[in-house]
Design a protein around this ligand. Structure first.
Ligand code: SIN
Length: 494
């Protein structure tokens, strides 16, 4: 494990946490809940408590809706250009505060500082992208087929938006929702994950200072998300729900949202296949595997979850992957040498460890990793398991950890069958030198996103989202803003 003898960053990290707001952000003000309740945020590197954050109640949730409602008509009548200018200022402000934000993300989520820095830049790009989109909201004017009039189509803000974000990308997932919501002219309520509220509060400060009027963005931190979210969805004024998180919670929210027919975007779990054909450039495939598996210690919904490798290159790929994974430096996220930080929680650690143990019991060969690391933190060693039994739980669950299970295949058809043998359909990776084969396989894979000869997919300019149980709707790209707009047709007698 990595260690810096003098933890030079620890004092500045403590000062940073001290200086980050810890109250609710409602109607442009930092608000203490009436109960004065707080919940603890811990450092996954050692389990110590790093901050106490305001614990919003269902009553506070309703205050957030009141504030968003009060600001709605002012914000939607702001010109697109002025909305755009505010979002562009958020982009610049994030860059000015990039290092502080990266340390904050690293401390509360545990991720390696290099991943945290990349996240800040990814998050800032959403503000820039949607600043550009705010002034390009599309519309249409057409002639009715029988010449009876004109068909005008315009888009208007869908209304108050509830944005629920996960802990694995506390800045990027919040930015990917806040920026298009504000660009479209919607006011919103952000409910960040209880594990990583500090980054969300720092972002609220940035959006506020960039000039977003009071009530346009409200932040509800809470340790009782189920209660607070239910109250908001039952209220009837929320018109949009955008959720990133697990499929099981997504399904529950869809049921709750049905009562008031709330417009939903759902970015849910994944079980990405990483397919290596025997004609692939093996070094490129290994580099891609490391990226697709180890970004954020494997805690991403698009992480390669199952490595399907063609028989002729199977043993060589497995051995080289094990060798590369074995060299990864595990340690506290903000140590400079760290490549893989701790997992988010003790529960997460236990889940990953159980999945690996079960796979081994069913005949999987652990080529590197497995077992436990001596630490108070939630560390799991980078692990490669070969010959995983097709019935193993690890091939059917989102691992969310630094573990690569390998399965052998012989033919293209078999690879596709294995790849699609899951309820999920978020991401897939294909490595082959045969471009036609790559495109043919990409067509037949049930996934919202497919990478060919690349280990990364995330791009603010691309539509991010899944098929099947992986979700509904797309975030980012030119599609992202449409999720916050409602289409209106006006029939005109010209
Ligand atoms: C996620 O894991 O939820 C998002 C990953 C990404 O946007 O790259």
């Amino acid at each position: 494990m990595a260690s810096d003898l003098a933890d030079l960053l620890s004092d500045s990290a403590a000062a940073l946490i001290e200086g980050t707001p810890k109250r609710l952000f409602i109607g442009g003000c930092w608000v203490t809940p009436a109960s004065e309740d707080r919940f603890d945020v811990d450092d996954p590197a050692d389990g110590t408590i790093i901050a106490g954050v305001a614990d919003g109640s269902p009553a506070d949730a309703i205050k957030c809706i009141d504030a968003a409602e009060a600001a709605a008509s002012t914000w939607s009548s702001h010109s697109p250009r002025s909305r755009s200018d505010i979002l562009m200022e958020c982009f610049h402000a994030m860059h000015r505060r990039a290092e502080d934000l990266a340390v904050l993300i690293s401390v509360e989520s545990g991720k390696a500082l290099t991943d945290a820095r990349a996240e800040v830049s990814y998050a800032a790009e959403f503000f820039r992208w949607f600043a550009e989109e705010a002034v390009r909201i599309p519309g249409d004017l057409g002639l009715a087929p029988f010449g009876t009039g004109r068909i005008a189509v315009q888009h208007q803000p869908v209304g108050i938006s509830l944005l629920i974000t996960p802990w694995n990308f506390p800045a990027a997932m919040a930015a990917r929702k806040i920026a298009p919501a504000l660009a479209a002219g919607c006011t919103c309520i952000l409910k960040p994950a209880a594990e990583t509220p500090l980054t969300a509060l720092a972002l609220a400060e940035i959006v506020h200072e960039a000039g977003a009027p009071p009530g346009t963005l409200n932040v509800l931190t809470t340790s009782r998300p189920a209660e607070a979210v239910k109250v908001m969805l039952d209220d009837g004024r929320i018109r949009k729900l955008s959720f990133t998180g697990s499929t099981s919670v997504g399904k529950l929210l869809l049921r709750q949202a049905a009562e008031h027919v709330v417009n939903c975007s759902m970015e849910l779990g994944g079980n990405a296949p990483f397919i290596v054909f025997d004609d692939a450039d093996i070094d490129a495939a290994l580099n891609g595997a490391l990226t697709a598996k180890m970004r954020n210690a494997g805690e991403t919904c698009i992480a390669a979850n199952r490595f399907l490798v063609q028989s002729d290159v199977y043993e060589a790929f497995a051995a080289k992957l094990a060798e590369r994974m074995n060299r990864i430096v595990v340690g506290r996220g903000r140590y400079t040498a760290t490549e893989c930080g701790p997992l988010i929680s003790k529960n997460a650690l236990e889940k990953v460890s159980t999945l690996v143990d079960q796979a081994a019991v069913h005949g999987g060969r652990i080529l590197t990793g497995g077992g436990t690391l001596e630490s108070d933190g939630y560390y799991y060693p980078p692990t490669v398991i070969a010959d995983v039994d097709p019935g193993s739980e690890i091939l059917n669950r989102e691992i969310f950890g630094p573990v690569a299970p390998l399965v052998r295949f012989d033919s293209e058809d078999q690879a596709i069958r294995l790849a699609n043998d899951t309820e999920y359909g978020l991401a897939a990776y294909i490595f082959t030198r045969d471009v036609q084969k790559g495109l043919r396989v990409a067509d037949r894979i049930d996934a919202g996103m497919v990478a060919i000869n690349r280990g990364s997919l995330s791009d603010v300019a691309a539509p991010f989202g899944g098929m099947k149980h992986s979700g509904i709707g797309r975030e980012g790209g030119t599609y992202g803003i449409l999720e916050y707009l409602e289409t209106k047709y006006i029939s005109i007698s010209w």
